[in-house]
Write a protein that binds this ligand. Structure first.
Ligand code: NAD
Length: 296
C-alpha cells in the first residue's frame, strides 16, 4: 500500500514555522514582511489561487497588498507599478499571478521585478542561480518545485544515484524541479509532450514528478513497485452528473504498489502556497536589515 504524503499537514507545519519566525522578527523590532499581489482579469482559477495566497499571508503575519486590474490594463501601466513596488522599501515580495492577458508580455513583466523581491523565483537571475547550483540555499526558487522537494524529502532518505523522471518541461514546474533533483545528484530524465515511449521511461524511475496538466496520464503499469510519485497536476474534470472534480495527472487508484504518492487535492497545492510564504519571509530577511536596522 503506497504511503499517501499529506501535503496539507506538511504545509501547515511550514506555515507555523514561518509564522514563528515572523513573530521573532516582530520581537526584534523588524516590520512584518509584505507581499504585493498583482492580479489581472477575472480568470476563475487565478482568483481562487490569489484568495488562498492572501489567506495564507493573513495566517502567518505577512502584510498583503492587493493590486487588481481589469483585463484591459496596459503593459506600460504594469511595468510602472512594478517599478514603484521595486523601489518601495515597505514591500519585500512581488507576485504577479499568471497567466496574463495575451497583450501583456509575461516575460517583460517578470523580468522587471528586482530579483531580491522575486518570490516566485521566475526572474532570469534567480533561474540562473538555480541552474548554477546556488538555488537550494538562500536563493528564491519557484514555489511549486520547492514544495515538491520538501514532499520528496519526507519520504526519500537519500537522492544520490536515484533515477528521477520529470514529466513536463515548463519554466514553472518541470525545468526547475529537474534542476533541483540534479543538484541532489539524481539521474534526471526530463520528458514532455513529444517524448517517445514515455511509459517505458517512467518504468525505470525511482522518483516520478508529473506536471503535464493531463488528467490520469500516468497509469499504474508505468510505475515500478516502490517508486515515489509526486503528482503536480490540477485538472478540473466533468462528471456524468454534471458536477466537476479536481484530479491530478496520475491514476491514483492504480498506484497501490508505489512507495509513496501525493494526493490531489491535498498534496503539492498546499505546499506551493506555504513555500510562497517561506520565500516572502526569505526575501524580507535579506532586504529588511538594509532598510530597517534591528532595534536595540
Ligand atoms: P504547462 O502547460 O506549462 O506545461 C505542461 C508540460 O507538460 C509541457 O512541457 C508539455 O510538453 C508536457 N505535457 C503535456 N501533456 C503531456 C503528455 N501527454 N505527455 C508528456 N508530457 C506532456 O503546465 P504547468 O504550468 O507546468 O502545469 C502542469 C500542471 O501542473 C497543470 O495541471 C497545472 O495546473 C499544475 N500546476 C499545479 C501547481 C500546484 O501548486 N499544485 C502549480 C503549478 C502547476
Amino acid at each position: 500500500m503506497a504511503i499517501i504524503i499529506d501535503g496539507k499537514r506538511m504545509a501547515d507545519g511550514l506555515l507555523d514555522r514561518v509564522a514563528a519566525d515572523i513573530a521573532l522578527r516582530d520581537a526584534r523590532g523588524l516590520s512584518q514582511p509584505a507581499l504585493a499581489v498583482i492580479l489581472i482579469g477575472g480568470d476563475a482559477a487565478s482568483q481562487i489561487y490569489v484568495g488562498r495566497k492572501l489567506r495564507a499571508c493573513a495566517r502567518v503575519g505577512i502584510v498583503s497588498r492587493e493590486f487588481r486590474f481589469d483585463e484591459s490594463v496596459s503593459e506600460a501601466e504594469m511595468l510602472a507599478l512594478i517599478d514603484r513596488l521595486n523601489a518601495d522599501a515597505q514591500v519585500h515580495g512581488i507576485l504577479v499571478q499568471l497567466p496574463l492577458p495575451a497583450h501583456i508580455d509575461a516575460n517583460a513583466i517578470l523580468d522587471r521585478i528586482v530579483p531580491a523581491k522575486d518570490v516566485d523565483g521566475f526572474h532570469p537571475v534567480n533561474v540562473g542561480r538555480l541552474s548554477t547550483g546556488n538555488g537550494n540555499g538562500n536563493g528564491l526558487v519557484p514555489c511549486t518545485p520547492l514544495g515538491c522537494m520538501m514532499l520528496l524529502d519526507s519520504v526519500v532518505p537519500e537522492f544520490r544515484g536515484l533515477h528521477s523522471v520529470v514529466i513536463g518541461k515548463s519554466n514553472i514546474v518541470g525545468k526547475p524541479v529537474a534542476l533541483m533533483l540534479l543538484e541532489r545528484e539524481c539521474t534526471v530524465t526530463v520528458t514532455h509532450i513529444a517524448t517517445q515511449g514515455l511509459p517505458e521511461i517512467v518504468r525505470k524511475a525511482d522518483i516520478v514528478v508529473v506536471a503535464a496538466g493531463h488528467p490520469g496520464l500516468v497509469r499504474g503499469d508505468w510505475v515500478k513497485p516502490g517508486a515515489v510519485v509526486i503528482d503536480v497536476g490540477i485538472n478540473r474534470i466533468a462528471l456524468a452528473d454534471g458536477s466537476t472534480r479536481i484530479v491530478g495527472d496520475v491514476c491514483a487508484a492504480e498506484l497501490d504498489h508505489a512507495g509513496a504518492l501525493t494526493p490531489v487535492p491535498g498534496g503539492v497545492g498546499p505546499m506551493t502556497v506555504a513555500c510562497l510564504m517561506a520565500n516572502t519571509l526569505t526575501a524580507a530577511q535579506e532586504l529588511a536589515p538594509m532598510a530597517e536596522p534591528v532595534a536595540a
